[in-house]
Design a protein around this ligand. Sequence first.
Ligand code: ADP
Ligand code: MG
Length: 422
Amino acid sequence: MFTSNHCCYLLPLLWREKGTYYALHLGGTYFRILRVLLGDQRSYLDVQDVERHPIPSHLMNSTSEVLFNFLAFSLERFIEKEENGSDSQGVRRELAFTFSFPVKHTSISSGVLIKWTKGFEISEMVGQDIAECLQGALNRRGLDMHVAALVNDTVGALSLGYYHDPDTVVAVVFGTGSNACYLERTDAIIKCQGLLTTSGSMVVNMEWGNFWSSHLPRTSYDIDLDAESSNANDMGFEKMISGMYLGDIVRRVILRMSEDSDIFGPISPVLSEPYVLRTNSVSAIHEDDTPELQEVARILKDIGVSDVPLKVRKLVVKICDVVTRRAGRLAAAGIAGILKKIGRDGSGGITSGRSRSEIQMQKRTVVAVEGGLYMNYTMFREYMEEALVEILGEEVSQYVVVKAMEDGSSIGSALLVASLQS
Ligand code: ADP
Ligand code: MG
């Protein structure tokens, strides 16, 4: 069903070494640094410190050196704060680099950038080894830190989900962008046939943001948004379902309506600015429960649309609802597609070679989900979960558990590093 860039990982998470591990996560809007402590007992996992900062926008189209120097500097500050004056000379720190852009892996700790997405545009980095860039910047700052793993964010989320609950076989991120990965039988991966793993399974990073099909109906708003984006003809699915874009779809609908009618008053020049309406504002509009829709009025004023009557404010809420409902339902269709592929949708799956008993017995299936859109936009989450039940049916849905994993991608990546130490 989906296009894939075929990144496959082993998941040896049941073995992990106690100690302190670090993760640096470069998302589309934020970067996060965290430290986790693993104890002797398998269940002991303590997330000790988490920092989350917006990525300064000028870095998104700067140079490789500027970006990685900034990340290394941020890590240095994080460590200085942690040490608080104590001398930890000679302590080498193991770091997971959680990177939420498409990468062609060359090993667990190296991989080259295939392309940028989500508005990043540092062209010299395409084809470069991302982990090496970070390691180089850490070395230049004299930080004794080792980039032990380069991990896609979905794989990090799956790792944490799997660590807590081995029925976790799918992980999906709905943040600035969107992506999914799932656990697949090695012999069902054509590219990996003959490759043996101890568990018999591998994680497939789908890069589903780039899924496309002629059956996926696109509106003129989707077409225009894509054409005017920095990655035209790319990431079509992501552009319909993720946080970076939902606000801009809504903005385009309001702009068209204000051009075609006078319900919004004079055309606001601000409304013509791409991405001026953020998805955070879409959820604030959608969830405005004041009787006069004052929050809607305030947000519209910020984009140059003032003094519109309540009836028009209600229309704006409706636009947000339609755009978000579509996104939630498409997201659910994506998850259902994965469950179908691995035989967890009650049908037995697309992949041949499953035994009859495997097909007939519906297993408990956990889908780990993370990302700011899912975590913070209640209506998106509800539409997605409602549609998933609708597609799977009540009976199969009882076996499918959708679990939110806050910071799952970073914590899970640190766990992967721990599993590499033993
Ligand atoms: P990243 O994509 O950088 O890893 P997140 O997973 O936290 O970061 O996702 C951030 C994105 O989530 C924001 O850019 C925004 O699109 C979306 N988001 C965050 N909060 C909200 C909210 N309250 N309502 C709607 N969307 C939100
Ligand atoms: Mg993210």
